[in-house]
Design a protein around this ligand. Structure first.
Ligand code: HEM
Length: 441
């Protein structure tokens, strides 16, 4: 018989543990860390199955570097399959995941980022133009409006105003994946009943529009001159454009393209909006940092604005853990764990660890200026072969938006906004209201 070495953890029924894990990780995970140390286990449903939480940077490094064929990530996100689709890069593993990632990566290169920047600037300007001196803004809503338009225009490449007007409300409805909708995905029969019927119909309408957009773009003669993610994805692997991945990968089919577009929408829209909203909130509460950020916006010091975003993502992890499920018995951090165990590097614990970040409860963007942050300590985008594809995109987008806001307005905010888990992201529960004061120009 094989002896396993599963770390200790709370003696709570799996049903209660699952509820706590889904509803209040910000409260429970640090408390378990305090009680059980850097590595502990939880029993959660369905199954119940064992989840082992890790927070030591050396252990996290080992998990990120582990063999992806034995440390699967896709399965853990399966609940999103009915909306993202079976080909989604987020949901697949092994060869299919590798192929999707390879075909997606060129659209997220440094050169691609520079090409997207002017359109992101234009979108942010339109939003900031609609603000007024003395306004109190619900920053999460306003940032969601910007990041949605960035996905529609910069990722999908839809810039025609009449098409945007049709897509915006439909896509907005599609991204609202609450617990009720997730339930229907486990019990598809519910989709014939309202409100699930309406959600499903809306999703079919969005799919129809996306397929039409893909077909139109495939037929377009100006594809080479277009700077949006979809056009770049269509060029990748197309022998006629010579912009393949360098080997014999077949280009993405229409169905694969649809699934990747919806994945980019769901992975990239609310996450970036939440990061921006927390950043504005922190700037609004930290006058000294705010003053430095305003100077940075005026002088084009993007590195400081990016540092503000990074520090805000550290203090308020948008996604607070990542997961890999073992496909065979494995030794992880010196412990023998059985097949089926889910190992989870905790982003939340990593970011609040004093040995990783001194005064970890404080908002100090200067940590990210010049100084090198130790590997596997700042991990808001996960790591290894599954690291977020949109990391550079969201930092570029966030920096541009902060610059556009701070060149025109000073922002102030009140008390700490508590954390709330919404859909798949941590957001400020009060949507982080900020007050605007127009700057003298
Ligand atoms: C602040 C913004 C964002 C945060 C905090 C974030 C965070 C994450 C995290 C934690 C993962 C899982 C990584 C892992 O398992 O190791 C992930 C995966 C992913 N993200 Fe992001 N993300 C953000 C923005 C974006 C954007 C803007 C896009 C695209 C436009 C995007 C696309 C993806 C994709 C496609 C994956 C799946 C990668 C794979 O499985 O190979 N994300 N993201």
């Amino acid at each position: 018989m094989t002896a396993y070495d599963i770390p200790a953890g709370p003696k709570i029924s799996p049903a209660r543990m699952t509820w706590k894990f889904l509803r209040d990780r910000a409260g429970t995970i640090p408390a378990f860390h305090e009680e059980f140390g850097d590595t502990f286990s939880l029993r959660i449903l369905p199954g119940p199955r064992t989840l082992v939480v890790f927070s030591d940077p050396a252990d996290i490094k080992e998990i990120f570097a582990a063999d992806p064929s034995q440390f699967h990530a896709g399965k853990g996100n399966e609940i999103l399959k009915p909306v993202m689709g079976e080909h989604s890069v987020l949901l697949t593993d092994d060869g299919e995941h590798q192929r999707a990632r390879k075909l997606l990566m060129p659209a997220f290169s440094g050169a691609s980022m520079r090409a997207y920047q002017p359109l992101v600037e234009a979108i942010a300007k339109v939003e900031v133009d609609s603000w007024h001196d003395g306004d109190t803004l619900v920053s999460l809503d306003r940032m969601n409006a910007i990041t949605l338009d960035v996905i529609l225009q910069v990722v999908f490449g839809v810039t025609d105003e009449s098409r945007l007007a049709v897509l915006r409300p439909k896509v907005n409805r599609m991204v609202n994946i609450d617990a009720k909708m997730l339930l229907a995905w486990s019990y598809p029969k519910l989709f014939v009943l309202p409100p699930w019927r309406g959600y499903f119909k809306n999703q079919q309408e969005v799919d129809k529009l996306l397929y039409a957009e893909i077909a139109e773009r495939r037929a377009a003669h100006d594809l080479d001159g277009r700077d949006d993610v979809l056009s770049r994805l269509l060029r990748v692997g197309d022998p006629s454009t010579g912009s393949g991945t360098g080997d014999s990968d077949e280009p993405l089919t229409d169905a694969e393209m649809r699934d990747q577009l919806v994945t980019l929408l769901l992975a990239g829209h609310e996450t970036t909006a939440s990061a921006l909203s927390w950043t504005l909130h922190e700037l609004g509460r930290n006058p000294e940092v705010h003053a430095q950020a305003v100077t940075a916006a005026d002088t084009g010091d993007d590195a400081y604005l990016e540092a503000c975003l990074k520090e805000s993502m550290r203090l308020h992890p948008i996604i607070d853990f990542v997961a890999r499920t073992l496909q065979s018995d494995q030794v992880v951090a010196g412990r023998r764990l059985p097949r089926g165990t889910t190992v989870t590097p905790s982003i939340m614990l990593s970011h609040s660890r004093e040995s990783n970040f001194a005064d970890s409860h404080l908002f100090k963007p200067e940590r990210f200026v010049g100084e090198k942050i130790a590997a596997n300590t700042w991990i808001p985008f996960g790591g290894g072969v599954r690291r977020c594809i949109g990391a550079a995109f969201s930092l570029m987008e966030g920096t541009v938006v902060l610059r556009e806001v701070l060149q025109r307005y000073e922002v102030t905010a009140d008390a700490v906004a508590p954390n709330k888990l919404r859909n798949i992201t941590n957001v400020p529960a009060d949507k982080a209201p900020i007050r605007l004061t127009a700057r003298a120009v």
